[in-house]
Design a protein around this ligand. Structure first.
Ligand code: S3P
Length: 453
């Protein structure tokens, strides 16, 4: 994988006001799902705006190895020739999911109820991440796993010949685990039910409904959501237009808020209520963010977002909001460091098991650029001084795309440059990040003098 090639040190320098009108690449979560659910439909699914990041391309390649034809028709436009529920083939080679936890966990669910054996692996970061959270429920459905110690990749997955539908209450608020079980439930007879005490992104449910699956979603008396999927449906090929990824838009959003004089618009961004916790938080911090022209595509709400530079103040971010902004804490922490006052972010235990231990990476990085930050259990506390930070680095990114992008954005609003040790992972989710930011007037690029101070 890319991970073994030479590092790519990057630098961001203090920049003048950002301006312009941009689009960000397609939503990563929705792109994975469009490919996988398209593969389970009968007929040809056309996907427009697919994210051509490495994570999603790994999913496309894995599906090809499972006998599905996935063709690139044009930039970001793909056609999936679905084989129908239950018709994936014994893979001809290893399924390498690269850096992608979503790709790995969802794909394992998809194959879990197919009568095949697959060897699933990923890069060094993915091989450190917990898979027990999907192994446990999928084992109950009849799937067999031979994993590394502690339930890690690489692993051998032997799909259930006679899948058993289950009712499963999620022990962690994870859309990946929910989706893995629902995708497994596609080829189980009867009804597979997932109960989620805390709502997580519902792209799988929306996409399954878009393709004609029968889902019954109700609220339990304790407030938990109960998602019941009727197995072995006939899914019909559909057209999918993937909205811009709000988790990618987050970087330009915070950049525009913290660089004085900025005024930008990001068009066609997904604004699913279960994804926009960051915009909510930034608005509470005093950020000038407006959603215009809200519309719907393939069941997903989409809007144009206008962001103007604002004086931010510290706020308290409740743990209940974490699932709706779980990938946005690195960039929120940067916004908090530029704000005036203390920002307290609760309920961040899951950040320890993302592409890197993000709690540690955020703290180390912020200290390197002159911010004051503390960890208290799964709470992160950033003391903003309302003045530009000094900058510095290099910030250690641990091959984590969101850590790299967050600290490059920080560099735009510091008094000196910010260096990050390696920006290669950015292409896993946001190909073209530097060019897009440069279009807005940001000074971000490869660091030709990584040793300099
Ligand atoms: C994702 C869910 C989140 C998120 C990840 C994408 C998804 O993970 O961090 O980047 O597409 O379902 P968890 O659901 O495990 O928190």
């Amino acid at each position: 994988m890319v991970e073994t090639s030479a590092l790519r040190p990057m630098i961001a320098r203090p920049s003048g006001g950002l301006t312009g009108d941009i689009r960000v690449p397609g939503d990563k979560s929705i792109s994975h799902r469009a490919l996988m659910i398209g593969a389970m439909a009968v007929g040809r699914t056309r996907i427009e705006g697919l994210l051509e990041g490495e994570d999603v391309l790994c999913t496309a390649e894995a599906l090809r190895r499972l006998g599905v034809r996935v063709r690139r028709l044009d930039a970001a436009t793909y056609e999936v020739s679905g084989v129908g529920v239950g018709a994936l083939a014994q893979p001809s080679a290893v399924l390498d999911m690269g850096n992608s936890g979503t790709g790995a966990r969802l794909l394992v669910g998809l194959i879990a109820t197919h009568p095949l054996t697959a060897h699933v692996t990923g890069d060094a970061s993915l091989c450190r991440r917990p898979m027990m959270r999907v192994i446990e429920p999928l084992t109950r459905m009849g799937t067999r796993f031979e994993a590394q110690a502690g339930g890690r990749l690489p692993m051998l997955v032997t799909g259930a010949r006679l899948p058993v539908p289950i009712e499963y209450r999620l022990p962690v608020a994870s859309a990946q685990v929910k989706s893995s079980i629902l995708l497994a439930g596609l080829n189980a007879p009867g009804v597979t039910t997932v109960i989620e005490p805390e709502a997580t992104r519902d792209h799988t449910e929306l996409m399954l409904a878009h393709f004609g699956a029968r889902l019954h979603i109700t609220r339990d008396r304790d407030g938990a959501t109960r998602i019941a999927l009727t197995g072995q449906p006939e899914l019909e090929a559909r057209r999918v237009r993937v909205p811009g990824d709000p988790s990618s838009a987050a970087f330009a959003t915070v950049a525009a808020l913290v660089v004085p004089g900025s005024d930008i618009t990001i068009r066609g961004v997904g604004v699913n209520a279960l994804r926009i916790g960051l915009c909510r938080t930034l608005t509470e911090m005093g950020g000038d963010i407006t959603f215009d022209n809200t519309r719907e595509d393939a069941g997903e709400p989409v809007a144009d977002i206008r962001i103007r530079a604002s004086r931010l103040r510290g706020v308290e971010v409740p743990a209940e909001r974490a699932p709706s902004m779980i990938d946005e804490y690195p960039i929120l922490a940067v916004a908090a460091a530029c704000a005036e006052g203390t920002t307290v972010m609760h309920g961040l235990a899951e950040l320890r098991v993302k592409e890197s231990d993000r709690l540690t990476a955020i703290c180390d990085g912020l200290r390197r650029i002159g911010a004051e930050v503390r960890e208290a259990g799964d709470t992160l506390i950033v003391d903003g001084r309302g003045a530009a930070l000094a900058g510095g680095g290099p910030v250690a990114t641990h091959y984590d795309h969101r850590i790299a992008m967050a600290f490059l954005v920080a560099g735009l609003a510091c008094t000196g440059p910010v260096r990050v040790d390696d920006g290669r992972a950015i292409t896993t989710s946001f190909p073209g990040f530097d060019a897009l930011m440069q279009n807005l007037g940001a000074d971000i690029g490869t660091d030709s003098e990584p040793g300099a101070r």
